[in-house]
Design a protein around this ligand. Sequence first.
Ligand SMILES: Nc1ncnc2c1ncn2[C@@H]1O[C@H](COP(=O)(O)OP(=O)(O)OP(=O)(O)O)[C@@H](O)[C@H]1O
Length: 263
Amino acid sequence: MNGTEQPVVVFEHVCKRYGNGTLGLNDVTFSVYPGEFIAVIGPSGAGKSTLLRSINKLHNVTEGRILIGGEDISKAKGSHLRTLRRKIGMIFQNYNLVYRLSVLQNVLHGRLGYMGSLQGMIGRYREEDKEKAVELLKEIDMGDFLNTRAADLSGGQKQRVGIARAFMQEPQILLCDEPIASLDPSSAKIIMDMIYSMASRRRIACLVNLHQIDVAKAYATRVIGLRKGRIVFDGPPGDMGDDVIQAIYGVSADELAIKERNL
Ligand SMILES: Nc1ncnc2c1ncn2[C@@H]1O[C@H](COP(=O)(O)OP(=O)(O)OP(=O)(O)O)[C@@H](O)[C@H]1O
């Protein structure tokens, strides 16, 4: 971040109330700058997914504004919404691949937001898109799996394809919703390393929902701690003392470690 750079995402006093009355986000205000790697942490139900889903308007917020590159996505519709969504890549806990399709075809899906609907339906991709997809797959060590069906991959390999698809979109913001929650520890490390290095090399801003504080501390340039829909901490991981853990989770770091061990 530097003094002249414009934020890629701005939240201004955002509230999200669900139909049943639950307040998922409560007066949330923050800005995200290019190159930041932000871990969003908090106990179950704190609003982490609600926050991520608000950014690309997977649901409407009830109050406040969300600006993407200076434009209000809360009000955007139709082709304007589609254009704004191109800037926002997503990586999911459950990969969201099309399992009957090949690895290469899944990665090419990252270009769909740039194509007409007919072009997309018949899968008519430009040669340069295919070359870019192959390059990305090589970058994540999946160059030998181009024609493998996505169904036939391990969990870690599926997530790598999810990563390549997200970068294929050339986003300015990458939203990762618990990207390692379904993976064993060694695959989780590989995936976090890949997301971190690929995003920082391209200066793409990342928001990553995480359950593990140690992972947040290891990778994040900044941590946002949510509790009951409110931001209760926003700062560098080095500032996360026991008081901060208590404010986010309502228990001490020791108690939290015991709870996690018993899960
Ligand atoms: N579709 C919905 N309808 C009603 N309430 C919802 C809905 N989705 C989420 N909520 C509620 O909003 C609050 C925030 O939920 P959210 O899923 O954002 O939390 P989270 O921090 O991502 O939790 P977890 O770590 O368990 O995934 C919770 O009280 C949840 O029950």
